[in-house]
Design a protein around this ligand. Structure first.
Ligand SMILES: *[C@@H]1O[C@H](CO)[C@@H](O)[C@H](O)[C@H]1NC(C)=O
Ligand SMILES: *[C@@H]1O[C@H](CO)[C@@H](O)[C@H](O)[C@H]1NC(C)=O
Ligand SMILES: *[C@@H]1O[C@H](CO)[C@@H](O)[C@H](O)[C@H]1NC(C)=O
Ligand SMILES: *[C@@H]1O[C@H](CO)[C@@H](O)[C@H](O)[C@H]1NC(C)=O
Ligand SMILES: *[C@@H]1O[C@H](CO)[C@@H](O)[C@H](O)[C@H]1NC(C)=O
Ligand SMILES: *[C@@H]1O[C@H](CO)[C@@H](O)[C@H](O)[C@H]1NC(C)=O
Ligand SMILES: *[C@@H]1O[C@H](CO)[C@@H](O)[C@H](O)[C@H]1NC(C)=O
Ligand SMILES: *[C@@H]1O[C@H](CO)[C@@H](O)[C@H](O)[C@H]1NC(C)=O
Ligand SMILES: *[C@@H]1O[C@H](CO)[C@@H](O)[C@H](O)[C@H]1NC(C)=O
Ligand SMILES: *[C@@H]1O[C@H](CO)[C@@H](O)[C@H](O)[C@H]1NC(C)=O
Ligand SMILES: *[C@@H]1O[C@H](CO)[C@@H](O)[C@H](O)[C@H]1NC(C)=O
Ligand SMILES: *[C@@H]1O[C@H](CO)[C@@H](O)[C@H](O)[C@H]1NC(C)=O
Length: 742
């Protein structure tokens, strides 16, 4: 799977261990000699910042390719030297081998289901020939495993026409955010001829006549395969009529004066309204709409959209509508979200003062999603202290009908259709419960009791051996932070257990408990502890929680995570030498920032696809969208100073600092097709880490694993997940000298 040169270097590596042993020198690695150019610098508000590895930002140059080869050439032999790799692989594959399903969901008159038998690279989309009561009677509808034997192609999007006869589906390749869209007939499972390209971050929303759909795309660039780093701009909204070429698509909206806008189209259920949500950043959107004159959706050119809220300071999610009355889930003036009714009849009725609450904001619990079903009921999914709960309410006035009894854990999705559907399905999971599907019927005796629909279980997993709990600890400023902890029932709490602390703390994302086959090995075979922290910056307690961990409050995220680590040590779960921290993307920023701030506190840092150069992040692909989360280092001096204070690349402790007695063993992971957080962040960071600390801690590994043919992580095929997991465990076991227990 990896290029051939690794075999050659393996031999080199082993012989160098032998010589260093012979000379009694404890130096584990000869890091590659990475060229520094001290003359390259940027000036921010009068301060000159050196960027000696700027050349690594050119990810296609021969010199960068050589850098990648040389880094992998020390990393893979170190990972492969772990003696437990075969056991780890075998155990992990066993933990993956059970049916996983998403669905059923109804579109038109058909039910569909996504299913992975366990080790298949990607889920397959099936048509349920006989409906949900006959779950074995399946026909393959879309199978990306057939399109790419190595798993490089995956399903990124599906959107069915209102009559259920067509499915517009998006594919991504090698984990890139770029999609193509094709259109498949549900009647005979064949594709139309056209393929739409240049698509990223788009919906596909059909017109009521089932003749086509709205989507957004970027202009044609010379190279867009996900390895480029160019800024995504000049997104435009188009209408595609099925059976025609993409070049004949009709441009319906663009904002050339605001090139960073992105467009998300949503045709109302009745077909009369086209809502467009415009995003400039990763957080808020503006809401515009267009009303078609009649049911004839003739689209010949640009549509004149009317603004409802154009200030980019709120989240709006279209749920449904009855004529002009739109049901919208929003956090406008509601940190915990509320469901409102907005009357789109005329400019007066649209005024914010005329908005009505259908479900007002809850004092404590966050309304994460709402679904309308059977034309009568609303299913509300709340998060209460990071655990899911469900309510059934009346659509007519929002009044509560019933609180549902569900186990402690998380709901991942709810499938429903407002019209012509009388059953909802939802998936439930917790640390010790693999995805379990429940069904609620709305056409029976109206007791709305969730009934088990499907559950499947890895053969070797005995949940009774483990316990999970939720505790709350105090952070630096006294704020109570939720922390989930899972481990074997019978381990001894002597401060010696390897403990993996995971966190994210950004973008309103909730760190919910869920079953993860990757963690079983830690709990079972390393006698380890898994801890998941709901630090600020996430959405665990609504917008206020997010906002108290972003921009100039970002340090709160880091402080919360550090306090979680201190709690675990103080309470005898583990000690610093055995404490592993892991995070990806914004969580990669988190674990790197805290490693620099508290190098004494951690034994091992796993930084996945991290955002690490906080002074240049807006310059690549979609990075500019995160200015709402981190601030603008170029145009805002206060933001610049704050970012410069924690940017991992700029804050690695210096080796001449004698007080620096420890730094965690560090593994960075990235991949050539990551066009979300471009891999150059990790390239520059590892070069600087090795340069700064390689000599100071000669027995610690500071390594980077650069994968080919994958991206930011979302679309990763199972084969790649297995190799990634084996490698990460190998790193943890090697660097902390752990024992694998059979
Ligand atoms: C550093 O970069 C400058 C500008 O690109 C270049 O002229 C110079 O040769 C480089 N120096 C080294 C040592 O790479
Ligand atoms: C990257 O390097 C290649 C090969 O040296 C060169 O052709 C290309 O212009 C460089 N790209 C940028 C953006 O500097
Ligand atoms: C409603 O669903 C039933 C099957 O559940 C199907 O026979 C019927 O065609 C559907 N009606 C519409 C309008 O989609
Ligand atoms: C498949 O069905 C669609 C209508 O859903 C039709 O337009 C198309 O011609 C059919 N294709 C084949 C190969 O039968
Ligand atoms: C679709 O493509 C095939 C093969 O290229 C061609 O024979 C067929 O006529 C095309 N159909 C349409 C509707 O363009
Ligand atoms: C992009 O350019 C290619 C080649 O010139 C062309 O085939 C394709 O239709 C273009 N795509 C769009 C969306 O304009
Ligand atoms: C649009 O179609 C719906 C049903 O398909 C009908 O109830 C409604 O009256 C139509 N509206 C107009 C303006 O024609
Ligand atoms: C609601 O929120 C908006 C945007 O944050 C703000 O401008 C407005 O003053 C708020 N209204 C109330 C009643 O608090
Ligand atoms: C929507 O607004 C229009 C115009 O102000 C009004 O006539 C109508 O009654 C409103 N509808 C509802 C349900 O409030
Ligand atoms: C809604 O449920 C009722 C029974 O409660 C049933 O008679 C009706 O057909 C359902 N309606 C839809 C649109 O599914
Ligand atoms: C932690 O474990 C050690 C070893 O078993 C024990 O001596 C100590 O009392 C424990 N401390 C706490 C706070 O439980
Ligand atoms: C997977 O296969 C495709 C061709 O089917 C190829 O383009 C791609 O490079 C392969 N990816 C990997 C990671 O081998």
């Amino acid at each position: 799977m990896y290029p051939k040169f690794i075999i050659f270097i393996t031999i080199l590596f082993l012989s160098s261990i032998m010589t260093t042993k012979g000379q009694n020198v404890k130096k584990l690695f000869e890091y590659p000699n990475v060229r520094r150019n001290e003359t390259i610098q940027d000036e921010f508000f009068g301060i000159k910042i050196h960027d000696p590895y700027r050349w690594l930002e050119n990810t296609t140059s021969d010199e960068t390719k050589k850098f990648i080869q040389e880094q992998n050439a020390i990393t893979f032999p170190y990972l492969q030297s772990c003696t437990y790799r075969d056991k780890i692989r075998k155990k992990f594959k066993q933990s993956l081998e059970y049916d996983r399903i998403d669905g059923p969901f109804k579109r038109g008159s058909n039910y569909f289901l996504l299913k992975n038998q366990g080790l298949q690279n990607h889920y397959i989309l099936y048509k349920m020939l006989n409906g949900p009561d006959d779950p074995e009677n399946l026909q393959i509808f879309i199978d990306t495993n057939e399109m790419s034997p190595n798993g490089s192609i995956s399903l990124a999007l599906t959107s069915f026409s209102n009559d259920g006869k067509w499915c517009a589906y998006g594919l991504d390749e090698s984990g890139s955010d770029w999609n193509i869209i094709r259109i498949r007939s549900v009647v005979n499972n064949t594709d139309l001829n056209e393929t739409l390209t240049n698509i990223k971050f788009s919906t596909a929303s059909w017109t009521i006549d089932n003749k086509g759909f709205f989507y957004s795309r970027y202009p044609n660039e010379s190279r867009i395969d996900g390895t480029e780093t160019t800024v995504n701009k000049f997104n435009k909204l188009y209408y595609h009529r099925i059976g025609t070429d993409q070049q004949d698509d009709i441009l319906v909206y663009e904002t050339p004066d605001q090139p960073l806008n992105r467009f998300y189209a949503k045709v109302s259920e009745c077909g009369r309204y086209l809502n467009v949500f415009i995003k400039q950043n990763s957080e808020f959107e503006a809401w515009y709409y267009y009303r078609f004159d009649n049911n004839q959706t003739k689209i010949n050119g640009k549509l004149s959209f009317q603004p409802i809220i154009s200030t980019f300071d709120t989240n709006f999610q279209y749920i449904s509508n009855d004529g002009p009355i739109h049901y919208i889930l929003t956090n406008r003036n509601a940190s915990n979200y509320r469901l409102i009714k907005v009357n789109l009849t005329n400019s007066d009725s649209i005024q914010e003062s005329q908005w009505k609450d259908l479900i007002p904001e809850h004092n404590d619990d966050v309304l994460r999603s709402v679904r309308i079903i059977n034309d009568t009921f609303i299913i509300c999914h709340y998060i209460h202290d990071v655990k899911s709960r469900l309510e059934i309410r009346k659509l007519i006035d929002g009044t509560l009908i019933k609180m549902l009894n569900i186990p402690l854990g998380s709901i991942e999705w709810i499938s429903w259709q407002r019209k012509n559907d009388s059953q909802a399905f939802f998936s439930f999971t917790s640390f010790l419960t693999p995805t379990t599907i429940y069904r609620i019927r709305f056409d029976g005796d109206q007791n709305f009791e969730p009934i088990l629909y499907q559950q499947s279980w890895p053969k070797n997993f005995d949940s009774k051996k483990f316990i999970t709990k939720q505790i709350f600890f105090k952070s630096k400023d006294g704020t109570q932070i939720p922390l989930f902890i899972a481990h074997k029932k019978d381990i001894i709490m002597n401060g010696e257990n390897p403990t993996l602390l995971y966190g994210y703390g950004g973008f309103n994302s909730v760190m919910k408990p869920r079953f993860d086959p990757k963690r079983l090995l830690l709990l079972e075979n390393l006698n380890g502890i898994y801890a998941l922290a709901g630090i600020r910056g996430g959405g665990e307690y609504g917008k206020r929680w997010h906002h108290s961990g972003k921009l100039l409050n970002k340090q709160n995220s880091f402080d919360d995570f550090i306090a979680a680590a201190e709690y675990l040590i103080k309470n005898n779960y583990t000690k610093s030498e055995k404490l592993i921290i892991e995070g990806g993307s914004n969580g990669g920023l988190l674990v790197s920032a805290v490693s620099n701030q508290r190098p004494d506190l951690f034994g091992c840092t796993i930084c996945r696809v991290g955002l690490l150069d906080m002074l240049r992040f807006p310059k690549f692909t979609i990075g500019h969208a995160w200015i709402s989360e981190y601030g603008d280092p170029e145009l805002n001096e206060i933001n610049f100073r704050y970012l410069f204070g924690y940017s991992p690349l700029h804050n690695i402790p210096s080796e001449i600092n004698n007080r620096l007695t420890n730094y965690p063993a560090t593994l960075l992971l990235t991949a050539d097709h990551d066009d979300r957080v471009v891999p150059l962040h990790s390239y520059k960071y590892i070069a600087q880490l090795q340069y700064r600390l390689g000599n100071r801690f000669p027995n610690k590994p500071f390594l980077i694993r650069i994968d080919t043919g994958t991206g930011h992580g979302g679309a990763k095929p199972t084969d790649k997940i297995i190799e990634d997991t084996v490698d990460v465990y190998s790193f943890i076991i090697n660097s902390l000298s752990l024992k694998y227990l059979d």
